[in-house]
Design a protein around this ligand. Structure first.
Ligand code: MV4
Length: 447
C-alpha cells in the first residue's frame, strides 16, 4: 500500500480523498493555487505545495508543477479527483513515467473512453446495448442520409471528442441533416480541434441512469447498483438518487449483470461509471466515465462501501476487498448539489461566507470544504457542498432531506439550497416521475 498520496484537486473532493487516505494510514500532500491558500483541503493535509496562480490552467491543470510537487514530497501516488486532470491520459502516462502511481485506470482505457466512437464500439463488442446509429464515425452526407433513413428521424449528431453534452445537434428530417452536420462539425472543431462525428437515434424523453462499478484488474468486477441522474440543467447534475425510482428488481439485476460482464471483457481496472439512457424498459449505453464521480456518495450510503478506499486499493495492485455477494443495497439515498449561485438565475455568487451551519443527525452527510469566514473564490466550479441523505425507504429519505435542507444555514453568499427546497416539494419529484427534460422545464416555469 502507498505511504503518501498527493491529491491533485481542491474543494470537497480533495477533502473526501484525504479522509479515505487517513483511514488507511496513508499520509497526504495537498496542492493548491494561490487562491486556495486558506482552503480546508490544505489545512487538513499533512503537507501542502503551492502550484501556481488562481487560473486552473496555471495550477490544477499544470502537469509539471503537480508532478514536481509529488517528486519533492516523495509521494508514491497521485489521486486526480474529478474534473481537472482526472481523465487526461497523457497526465496518467507522465505520472507513471516518473515512477509514481496514477490512482485511476490505464492511460489506454482513459483514451478509449474519451474517444466516444471508440468507446461505443468497444462496449458494444463487450456486450452492452447501445443506441441504434452509425457504426463508428459518419463518413459523408450520403452515408449520414442512409443511416438516418435506417434508424429513423429525429437523429442526434454527436462529436467523437465530445461528451457531457458538448457538440450535439438534432436533425428532425433529411431536409436539415446536412446543415446540422456542418454546424456540429464546426462547433466540434472549435471546441476540441477534432470534427469526427457519429450519429444516433434521438431519444426524446429518457432517464439518465448510471451504473457504478469497481474492478481490480485481476478479473474481479463488482457493481454497486445504479444512480438516477436525470435531474440536470445545462448538462450539470443538480440532484442524484440511488436506487433509481424508475427501475424494478429485474431491470436492476439485468443492468448489473451486463455492466459487470462488459467491464470484465474490457480488462478495466479502477472505479468506473457506465452511463445509460433508459427509455421504455430498455438501457442504451452512451458514455463511460473512468474517474471517481461527484455523486459517488449516494452509492456509498446505500451500500456502506467506501468507494475511494476501493479505488486506492485497486490502484496499488491489491484485489477488491469485496465480492458481488457482499454488496447489499439498503434503503435510499439522495444527494443535493449545493452551488454558490443565485437559485433563480444560476449566476455565480462567490464571496465571503458569514455563517455556516450544516445539518446533522442520523442519515445525514455533508461533504464540503467550506467554513464560517471562508471566501469562495470566483475562479472555479461553483459546487461548495453536497448534502447526502439516507433513509430506509425513499419516503423516509425525502422527509429527512426536507428537514436537513431546513437546518442548513449558509449566509453571506447565495446558494442553491432554496432551489432544492422547491424541488423536494414538487409532486413529480415526490412520485419519482421525471426524465432528463423535467428540471429544465421546471426552472423555466413559474416558481
Ligand atoms: C442523447 C440524448 C438523446 N438521444 N443521445 C447528453 C450528454 C451526453 N452524455 C449524452 N447526452 C444525451 N445523449 C441520444 N441518442 C440526450 C442527451 C441529453 C442528456 C442526457 C443525459 C442527461 C441529460 C441530458 C440532457 C440533454 C441531452
Amino acid at each position: 500500500m502507498f505511504d503518501k498520496v498527493l491529491i491533485a484537486n481542491r474543494g470537497e473532493i480533495a477533502l473526501r480523498i484525504h479522509r479515505a487516505c487517513r483511514e488507511m494510514g496513508i499520509s497526504t500532500v495537498a496542492v493548491h493555487s494561490t487562491a486556495d491558500e486558506n482552503a480546508m483541503h490544505v489545512r487538513l493535509a499533512d503537507e501542502s505545495v503551492c502550484i501556481g496562480p488562481p487560473s486552473p490552467a496555471d495550477s490544477y491543470l499544470n502537469i509539471p508543477a503537480i508532478v514536481s510537487a509529488a517528486m519533492i514530497t516523495g509521494a508514491d501516488a497521485i489521486h486526480p479527483g474529478y474534473g481537472f486532470l482526472s481523465e487526461n491520459a497523457q497526465f496518467a502516462e507522465i505520472v507513471e513515467a516518473h515512477g509514481i502511481t496514477f490512482i485511476g485506470p490505464s492511460p489506454d482505457h482513459i483514451r478509449m473512453m474519451g474517444d466516444k466512437v471508440a468507446a461505443k464500439k468497444a462496449v458494444k463488442a463487450a456486450g452492452l446495448p447501445v443506441v441504434p446509429g452509425s457504426e463508428g464515425a459518419v463518413e459523408d452526407i450520403g452515408d449520414a442520409l442512409k443511416i438516418a433513413e435506417e434508424i429513423g428521424y429525429p437523429v442526434l449528431i454527436k462529436a467523437s471528442a465530445g461528451g457531457g453534452g458538448r457538440g450535439m445537434k438534432v436533425a428532425e428530417s433529411a431536409d436539415t441533416l446536412e446543415e446540422m452536420i456542418t454546424l456540429a462539425k464546426r462547433e466540434s472543431k472549435a471546441a476540441f480541434g477534432n470534427d469526427e462525428m457519429y450519429m444516433e437515434k434521438y431519444l426524446a424523453n429518457p432517464r439518465h441512469i448510471e451504473l457504478q462499478v469497481v474492478a481490480d484488474g485481476h478479473g474481479n468486477v463488482v457493481h454497486l447498483g445504479e444512480r438516477d441522474c436525470s435531474l440536470q440543467r445545462n448538462h450539470q447534475k443538480v440532484l442524484e438518487e440511488a436506487p433509481s425510482p424508475a427501475l424494478n428488481a429485474e431491470e436492476r439485476a439485468r443492468l448489473g449483470r451486463v455492466g459487470t460482464e462488459a467491464i470484465r471483457n474490457l480488462g478495466y481496472r479502477n472505479v468506473g461509471t457506465i452511463e445509460f439512457l433508459y427509455e421504455n424498459g430498455e438501457f442504451y449505453f452512451i458514455e463511460m466515465n473512468t474517474r471517481l464521480q461527484v455523486e459517488h456518495p449516494v452509492t456509498e450510503m446505500v451500500t456502506g462501501i467506501d468507494i475511494v478506499r476501493e479505488m486506492i486499493r485497486v490502484a496499488s495492485g491489491a484485489p477488491l476487498s469485496l465480492t458481488q455477494e457482499d454488496v447489499e443495497l439498503q434503503g435510499h439515498a439522495i444527494e443535493c448539489r449545493i452551488n454558490a449561485e443565485n437559485p433563480v438565475t444560476f449566476a455565480p455568487s462567490p464571496g465571503k461566507l458569514v455563517d455556516y451551519h450544516p445539518p446533522g443527525g442520523l442519515g445525514v452527510r455533508v461533504d464540503s470544504g467550506i467554513y464560517s469566514g471562508y471566501s469562495v473564490p470566483p475562479n472555479y466550479d461553483s459546487l461548495i457542498a453536497k448534502l447526502i441523505v439516507h433513509g430506509g425507504s425513499r419516503n423516509e429519505c425525502l422527509m429527512r432531506l426536507r428537514r436537513a435542507l431546513e437546518e442548513f444555514v449558509i449566509t453571506g453568499i447565495q446558494t442553491t439550497i432554496p432551489l432544492h427546497q422547491e424541488l423536494v416539494a414538487q409532486q413529480d419529484f415526490i412520485n419519482g416521475d421525471y426524465d432528463i427534460r423535467w428540471l429544465e422545464a421546471f426552472v423555466a416555469g413559474d416558481r
